[in-house]
Design a binder for this molecule. Structure first.
Ligand code: COS
Length: 385
């Protein structure tokens, strides 16, 4: 096996590491307090091409592939998680339906705008009654007079408030549901009957907004079915394939934050003096650091391997993607817990970033598929056939 990171990907990761240090870290606290990313920072992200990491070069993206995207996310996640989330939907769940299954016309119409960051995309699958049971969507789409008419309510939609377009999953056949009854559509924010609802109040992830999207007799042209008419009823598969990639990048994000927490913990342990010596000299602290580092090392090998597998084999990495998300996010949450413990009382204070990572990382075990759902997917793949 070749474990060498290609030069172009290494250089991209270096560029992002510098951007994080010079531009993102200094305003990380401000963004947390104001719950808002300044527009000039979003513009710098556009200039670096960060909105188009995964979008093919022919549509104006960087076409980095899964490994490259994961390396960038790892670096982006060493600061406030909201920055990664801001670019996340354009590279991942908001665009991938079109990248994987879109018609040539849809790719031409939307991907260049998403790659440049001129437009933001979001992914509207989840509903009050369709969380882990994603096939239980209640939002309907009916073909009437040559147009699709959408009715329903999506919630917990990341970047929904800033999105110019949404990839929306609707019920088109109540009997068939996941097996031929769910269809994916592109809906633009200017389409009549498209409304942004409540913006949720969350435990963490400040600077990144999550909201409701409401479709009230929302009328869209007939050609907005992702993949065209032959894909009517096939939207559940589009959603699942999209989530497979998202599960790898989610793993990369958790990994980056875990690495940052380890680095912060090592530095703090070396300078924090108790009982007359730095706490790093106590075996209780050393063992915590050793376990954190070992878990991070294991997670990184697993992630890079699965990402390289996806790049070489196409998108057939269902089991590995779920394993990566499960392992990396659970690992990062354990690391965050230990980091708070190493920082002691300071770890609980807002003056240090550790408490923010602790809150933000908690979400990674839930969104884009809970840890429990990842286990369901892994077990089903093991027992298949
Ligand atoms: N790639 C391609 N196709 C897939 C797939 C994947 N990863 N996963 C499922 N499919 C296909 C199946 O092969 C099946 O196709 P056929 O009809 O040809 O047999 C179809 O999709 C229906 O799949 P399945 O029967 O497995 O549907 P279920 O309702 O049982 O799915 C799980 C159950 C748990 C897998 C699904 O509901 C899920 O992933 N839930 C979590 C959703 C989630 O992550 N939500 C987060 C919010 S979005 S940010």
């Amino acid at each position: 096996m070749d474990f060498t990171i290609p030069e172009n990907l290494r250089l991209m990761a270096d560029t992002v590491r510098r951007f994080v240090k010079q531009d993102l870290d200094p305003i990380s606290r401000q963004v947390e307090d104001e719950d808002h990313i300044p527009e000039e920072i979003v513009e710098k992200m556009r200039e670096l091409g960060l909105f188009g990491l995964s979008i093919p070069e022919e549509f104006g993206g960087l076409g980095l592939g899964t490994l490259g995207e994961c390396l960038v996310y790892e670096e982006m996640s060493k600061t406030n998680a909201c920055f990664r989330t801001r670019i996340g939907t354009n590279n991942g769940i908001g665009s991938q339906g079109i990248v994987l299954d879109g018609t040539p016309q849809q790719k031409d119409a939307y991907l260049p705008r998403l790659a440049s960051g001129e437009w933001v995309a979001c992914f509207a699958l989840t509903e009050p009654e369709a969380g882990s049971d994603a096939a239980n969507v209640q939002t309907t789409a009916e073909l009437k007079g040559g147009e699709w008419v959408l009715n329903g309510r999506k919630h917990f939609i990341t970047n929904g408030d800033v999105a110019d377009m949404a990839c929306v999953f609707c019920l088109t056949d109540k009997q068939k549901r996941a097996k031929g009854g769910i269809t994916a559509f592109v809906v633009e924010k200017t389409d009549p009957g498209y409304f942004v609802g409540t913006i949720e109040r969350k435990m963490g992830m400040r600077g990144s907004h999550t909201c409701e999207l409401i479709f009230d007799n929302c009328r869209i042209p007939a050609d907005r079915v992702i993949g065209g008419d032959k894909m009517i009823g096939m939207g559940f598969k589009t959603a699942m394939k999209t989530l497979d990639k998202g599960r790898l990048t989610m793993g990369a994000s958790a990994l980056g934050s875990a690495q940052k927490l380890l680095d912060l913990s090592v530095d703090y342990a070396k300078q924090r003096v108790q009982f007359g010596k730095p706490i790093a000299q106590f075996q209780a602290i050393q063992f915590k650091l050793a376990e954190m580092a070992t878990n991070i090392y294991a997670a990184r090998q697993m992630l890079y391997h699965a990402a390289a597998l996806r790049d070489s084999k196409g998108s057939s990495i269902i089991k590995e993607a779920s394993m990566v998300k499960l392992f990396c996010t659970e690992m990062a949450n354990r690391v965050a817990d230990e980091a708070v413990q190493i920082f002691g009382g300071m770890g609980y204070m807002k003056d240090f970033p550790v408490e923010r990572y602790y809150r933000d990382l908690r979400l990674t075990r839930i969104y884009e598929g809970t840890s429990e759902i990842q286990k369901v997917v892994i077990a089903r793949e093991l027992l298949r056939g």
